[in-house]
Structures are given as structure tokens and as C-alpha cells.
Design a protein around this ligand. Structure first.
Ligand code: NAP
Length: 252
């Protein structure tokens, strides 16, 4: 079954690894090509944008794709919408894999906001030394904040305007709680900003902030396309894929 996995996440790599050893799957993983040294999935990989919905639709048809698994990051809103639209127009099944969002627990002081612009407005009122962990994209939403100092952590350098007072820390998780506590303490951080990415990979910072009694500005996820078929785990996505493979008409 010719399958496109839209990736750039641990879930996508795990799914490609599961399918690699299984009969009846022909998998292509797709990466946007944003990270300079990406963690590559096993098997066939293509890199770079498709050229919007039309480009994706053409690519799907040219490559005989039968099913799509959108295992992109919960904030990769554009490619998710494109996958849903292109799949609908070709009548292809598409599954969205979305790990569960993080939930606030006792001792947390979270301020949930709908987007990065809102996060920047909020930060201006709650802290002076900000740990910004939203990845490489969207940092320019904070560029006008000249009263705050920022520790900006990302895998690759952010593009666009940056806040005037900052230090850039290039690093790829996972990080331990102890490492996060040390980092926040050393830099006298008084507020953490994160997207609600979910998952275990980057949640240590939340436990560290809880332990240190720091407020956390949490940017809510964008909505999924209407009527999206969604699962939360790789295991559920793998079940879905195998069911699709097994229900295909057999070739004579
Ligand atoms: P996005 O805003 O949804 O996508 C913008 C454009 O990038 C898409 O329209 C598409 O270009 C291209 N693109 C995105 N993901 C692609 C993929 N897997 N394969 C081929 N083209 C892709 O996406 P994003 O937020 O920039 O994320 C880019 C990649 O980084 C995704 O694979 C995502 O899983 C990963 N990632 C994102 C975040 C995050 O916070 N956003 C965090 C970790 C990992 P065309 O229109 O030309 O097809």
C-alpha cells in the first residue's frame, strides 16, 4: 500500500520504522527541510514543500499514493490543512496523528493563550527574564519587547527579527528536569513560554517551572481540519494503517 507519512516528528519516525519490516507497505516519508541536520526516518524520504494543495495533489497522483498519514507537529497547521484538502479532492483516506496536549497539574501556574501574538502581550505583563521555547518559528512575535531579556532555545537559529535583549541557545531535546531547573536558575528565568506541543520529549521544562514556582505561558494548538480522522498514538496509527492494508481489494 503506497503510503505517504508527513513527518518531522518522533511519531512519524516510529511509524516509518514499524512499516519498514512489514509486508504490503511501500512508505515514503516527507520532511519540510527546515532543520539543517534532521533526524531521518528509515526507508524512502523526500524533502521539501510540495507547492501548496495543488502541488501536493499532483505529487500524490504522480506517485500513486493510496493513503496519507499526517504525523506532523501539532503546530504544523499549513501542511495539515493541505493534506486534508488534497486527500479530499482525490478521495484518499487521511489519518492525523496528534499526541495528547499537555494538561495542567497541581502546582502549575499556566496562562493559556490562543496564539504567539497573545503570548507576547502576556509575557510583557508577567515577567522580565523569559525562557522562550517555541522553536525556530514565530520568535519575531516577541521582537518588540525591549524591556524583557530572553533566553531563546531552538534546534536551528530563528529567522526574522529577534527581541533586542536575548541569548540564543541552540540545542535539541530531550532534556532532563534537572537540566531544565539548572538552566532556568542560572539565567534567573521568571517566566517560561511554550507551545502546547504535548509529548514526553520536551515536557521536562514544565516540571522544572512547576518546581521553581514559575508561570508558564502556554500557546494553544491550532484546530484540526473539520471532520479530521485523528488518533493520539503511534500504536493506534499503526492499527489504522494495517486495517487499510488488509481491507484493500486483492489484485488478481
Ligand atoms: P507548516 O507551517 O504547516 O507548513 C508550511 C509549509 O511547509 C507547507 O505548506 C509545506 O509547503 C511545507 N511542509 C511542512 N511540513 C512538511 C512536510 N512534512 N513535508 C513536506 N513539506 C512540508 O509547517 P511547519 O510548522 O513549518 O513545520 C514544518 C515541519 O517541521 C513539519 O514537518 C513539522 O512536523 C515539523 N515540526 C514543526 C514544529 C512546529 O512547532 N511547527 C515543531 C517540530 C517539528 P508546501 O505548501 O510547499 O507543500
Amino acid at each position: 500500500m503506497k503510503t505517504l507519512i508527513l513527518g518531522g516528528t518522533r511519531e512519524a519516525r516510529e511509524l516509518a520504522a514499524l512499516a519498514a519490516g512489514e509486508r504490503g507497505f511501500d512508505i515514503v516519508s516527507s520532511l519540510a527541510g527546515r532543520v539543517r541536520e534532521p533526524l531521518l526516518p528509515v526507508g524512502e524520504v523526500r524533502v521539501g514543500g510540495f507547492g501548496g494543495v495543488d502541488g501536493l495533489r499532483e505529487w500524490l497522483a504522480d506517485n500513486g499514493i493510496e493513503v496519507i498519514v499526517d504525523a506532523t507537529h501539532p503546530f504544523a497547521e499549513g501542511i495539515t490543512a493541505n493534506a486534508a484538502a488534497a486527500a479530499a479532492s482525490l478521495g484518499l483516506p487521511v489519518l492525523h496523528v496528534r499526541r495528547p496536549a499537555w494538561t495542567e497539574t497541581e502546582g502549575d501556574h499556566w496562562i493559556r493563550v490562543p496564539n504567539l501574538a497573545w503570548a507576547a502581550e502576556t509575557v510583557a505583563t508577567v515577567g522580565e527574564r523569559v525562557f522562550l521555547t517555541i522553536g525556530r518559528q514565530g520568535v519575531s512575535a516577541f521582537a518588540d519587547l525591549d524591556q524583557q531579556w530572553f533566553l531563546i532555545r531552538a534546534i536551528d537559529p530563528p529567522e526574522g527579527a529577534l527581541p533586542p535583549r536575548h541569548e540564543l541557545l541552540l540545542a535539541r531535546g530531550p532534556f532532563t528536569i534537572a537540566e531544565e531547573v539548572r538552566l532556568m536558575t542560572e539565567h534567573c528565568i521568571d517566566v517560561l513560554v511554550t507551545k502546547d506541543s504535548g509529548g514526553a520529549q520536551t515536557e521536562a521544562k514544565l516540571a522544572a517551572a512547576r518546581g521553581l514556582g514559575l508561570p508558564v505561558v502556554v500557546v494553544d494548538r491550532p484546530a484540526l481540519p473539520p471532520a479530521a480522522v485523528t488518533v493520539e498514538t503511534v500504536a493506534a496509527a499503526w492499527d489504522w494503517l494495517r486495517r487499510h492494508r488488509d481491507s484493500r481489494p486483492r489484485r488478481a
